[in-house]
Design a binder for this molecule. Structure first.
Ligand code: NDP
Ligand code: 2IT
Length: 446
């Protein structure tokens, strides 16, 4: 790595002790920027990369609430407003017990470049809480969301910072969050949150957008080498928002998803995942993936060894969480003949996995490009809110497909220009970076 980039990385390590996921996300980007700093000394002169690694603002707050038994519970809330060079801070909220500052910062950092790649006017941010929604009643979820928004509301706004969902935060939580924001501010400010319900300011396709977008991106990769998803066998990890709509789009495009997972294990269904049943189990009943097997009958089984990556496939779509696919999983995928790994989740592949995939000649699409369809459609929701308009499903889906195709093209062109042809990691990092860097240069030292 270039010496100055190395110094920047050392500074990040020293200033952010213990935040290993943040370190990992920064290193992946810095690793791509050598040819950029060589060509553009102005970025180093104005400390653009060093400024980019330091969030503009970090908010950490107490979230006290009362559970159904009358006990007082205390969680920690976060919002990291990372970079507003291109637009208001934009990024999801994650509710999961593993959430701490390092997770929120890795996600916020990734979001800067992802949002830039969409070509839409959105900066990067992320938030969340170590609250665990599993096993909580609807009333507890509502009280938690209200308590969380009682602090968050003062930091967000349609021109300031626009949260959305992520792990553990979907339509139900966004409803409670929006209701509390409206109650406290006495404003019907639709553009303050995205992922809203269709009858109260939400956009068509936002629910489906991340999964659909990942599959559109995968289809673009295949198209570029004269192939398609038709007839391909696909494995997806996770069974939440991103995974479910990725499975739906793979099936629509003629592929077959034969395995998916949740935090309790994985299932294999040789006939192809029955999506209606999966939606019933995971979205309606908020159940475990085991329930799918019990209802589905003979074609489906719980995976008994290793992980979902042991299931033979042509294409793998990790759609659950960070660092869920390691070097040894990547080796298994390679020996089973897999030819594309496209990230629906944020940073699901470890650095070792990414190296192993590259060595094996497997095409790898990083999340900041492949899963950008979710936040892109959030920006389309903001656009509709600002103009008090609502578009049809078909029109919105066409916009999403165009955006994903454009990101794909930008990645390949930039990778070519900077001497790494076919490398989607270099293309995404460099292309996302340059647009933010130029805006920061223009806006002065702030
Ligand atoms: P959901 O909460 O809807 O689903 C998450 C899924 O991943 C569940 O199946 C969950 O299992 C599984 N999972 C979560 N954490 C773990 C873990 N530590 N170990 C094993 N499995 C786990 O979240 P989303 O589908 O929205 O998010 C999935 C990924 O996609 C995340 O990386 C998120 O950051 C990323 N993403 C999401 C976008 C969005 O618009 N929602 C946009 C872009 C990226 P279980 O049900 O057992 O908890
Ligand atoms: O990681 C992501 O891009 C998201 N969770 C979606 C963010 C958004 O603001 O729609």
């Amino acid at each position: 790595m270039d010496e100055q980039l190395h110094e920047t990385y050392d500074e990040v390590l020293a200033r952010n002790p213990g935040e290993t996921e943040f370190h990992q996300a920064v290193l992946e980007v810095l690793d791509s920027l050598g040819p950029v700093v060589a060509k553009h000394p102005e970025y180093t002169d104005r400390a653009i990369i060093r400024r980019m690694c330091e969030p503009e603002r970090q908010i950490i707050f107490r979230v006290p609430w009362v559970d159904d038994d009358g006990n007082v519970e205390i969680n920690r809330g976060f919002r990291v407003e990372f970079n507003s060079a291109l637009g208001p801070f934009k990024g999801g909220l994650r509710f999961h017990p593993s959430v701490y500052l390092g997770i929120v910062k890795f996600l916020g950092f990734e979001q800067i470049f992802k949002n830039s790649l969409t070509g839409l006017p959105i900066g990067g941010g992320k938030g969340g809480s170590d609250f665990d929604p599993k096993g909580r009643s609807d009333a507890e979820i509502m009280r938690f969301c209200q308590a969380f928004m009682t602090e968050l509301y003062r930091h967000i706004g349609e021109y300031t910072d626009v949260p959305a969902g992520d792990i553990g935060v979907g339509g139900r939580e966004l409803g409670y969050l929006f209701g509390q924001y409206k109650r406290i501010t006495n404003r019907y400010e639709s553009g303050v949150l995205t992922g809203k319900g269709l009858s109260w300011g939400g956009s068509q396709v936002r629910t489906e957008a991340t999964g659909y977008g990942t599959v559109f991106f995968t289809e673009e990769i295949l198209r570029a080498r004269g192939e398609s998803l038709d007839g391909r066998t696909v494995v997806v990890s996770g069974s939440g928002n991103v995974a479910i709509y990725a499975i739906e789009k793979v099936h629509e495009l003629g592929g077959k998803v034969i395995a998916c997972s949740d935090s309790s294990g994985y299932i294999v269904d040789e006939k192809g995942i029955d999506l209606e049943l999966l939606k019933q189990v995971k979205l309606e009943r908020r159940g475990r993936i085991t329930d799918y097997v019990e209802t589905r009958g003979a074609s489906a089984q719980m995976g008994t060894r290793g992980s979902v990556w042991d299931v033979k496939c042509d294409i793998a779509l990790p759609c659950a969480t960070q660092n869920e696919l390691n070097g040894s999983d990547a080796k298994t995928l390679a020996s089973n003949g897999c030819s594309v790994v496209s990230e629906g989740a944020n940073m699901p592949c470890t650095p070792d996995a990414i190296r192993t995939l590259a060595d094996a000649g497997i095409t790898f699409a990083p999340g900041k490009a492949a899963n950008a369809g979710g936040v892109a459609t959030s920006a389309l929701e903001m656009q509709q809110n600002a103009s008090r308009d609502s578009w049809t499903f078909q029109h919105t889906e066409e916009r999403l497909a165009e955006i994903m195709s454009h990101i794909h093209q930008r990645c390949l062109e930039t990778a070519d220009e900077y001497g790494s042809p076919g490398n989607y990691v270099a293309g995404a990092n460099i292309s996302g970076f340059i647009q933010v860097a130029d805006a920061m240069l223009a806006q002065g030292v702030i």
